[in-house]
Design a protein around this ligand. Sequence first.
Ligand code: GDP
Ligand code: MG
Length: 370
Amino acid sequence: PDAITVQELANRMAEKAADLVKALFKMGMMVTINQTIDQDTAELLVTEFGHNIERVSDSDADIDTTYDVDEEETLKVRPPVVAIMGHVDHGKTSLLDALRGTDVVRGEAGGITQHIGAYQIKTKGGEHITFLDTPGHEAFTEMRMRGANVTDIVILVVAGDDGLMPQTIEAINHTKAAGVPMIVAITKSDKPEFNPQKIRERLLEHEILVEAMSGDVQDVELSAKTGAGLDELIDKILLQAELLELRANPDRAADATVIEAKLDKGKGPLATVLVNRGTLKVGDILVVGTQSGRVRAMLDDKGRQIKEAGPSLPVEVLGLGGVPMAGDSLTVVETEARAREVAAYRQEMATAKRTVQAPVNLENMFSALA
Ligand code: GDP
Ligand code: MG
């Protein structure tokens, strides 16, 4: 192809997309990360960042999804993917546990919880919501840095008996930078020191005007301990999801993103993936980052074997040749030969990248230390 998106080029260069946008701006071009640039501009950027240009004679060496866009009429509503962020000890894990407890399916089945990095609940009203079960900011920021934006909605947890703390501010900044809508959850409402108004006022200083103060950012008071406010939070998530009109085509080969991956002594490489679009099936042939494989089995977050996984469903995949990285994309391909070819090409590229000597300047020195 003779055009590439800024994001994709950034991925291939192992640079931040924002830095490419900045460089393009300096070159007089106003481009966002999802826009495409032509080959000449791409080559200019690559040299600008001190990388070598590798011309690929076989343009089919990697999977190119630039023009692989689903038709409007194939799109169906998909569940929202929600991340929970906030300062340490403000109640993220407790909230994730409490929300998991509201799952009507788990209630019926008396299911055993399997920790796979994300889980999905079915609400009393029958809607589904997926929660990233990796509290803290690592998953969110790391994956975003790698160009994988899987989060639709961020819940900012702030303890109502405390205040805005450094990681609260950090979470606010990450969320704003990602352009992801936020719902503020003021937690620990059961405590006598609970003072939500103080939190709302402090949020104003960060240009977050919550609903309770006539703003447009939804907020809710809740207690993970007593369960008060949980239903309201779920309603607000569903309302936000509706506004976002989250849709995907379920009737196609799957694209997914790795949430976490590990090597299991007995089962081999395990990857928890979140399906972005399409339906992932047992038997599918895959490329995942620099790894290839075939889906031997899939487990959901309740530890049940499943045969198919549609959009926004988190599943654990067995059958990969090696352990991929969080943020890697998973693509279904036609043949094992093709899967091996793409994986081998990517491994080659990754090795080449590592041997490229990045130019030393203050900026990358600091980011290397961070
Ligand atoms: P995290 O570090 O953000 O994951 O916070 P945790 O969920 O581990 O909670 C930190 C502490 O706050 C723990 O001792 C929890 O029991 C307590 N906690 C969390 N949520 C609530 C709540 O709603 N009410 C009360 N009283 N305590 C809470
Ligand atoms: Mg925690």
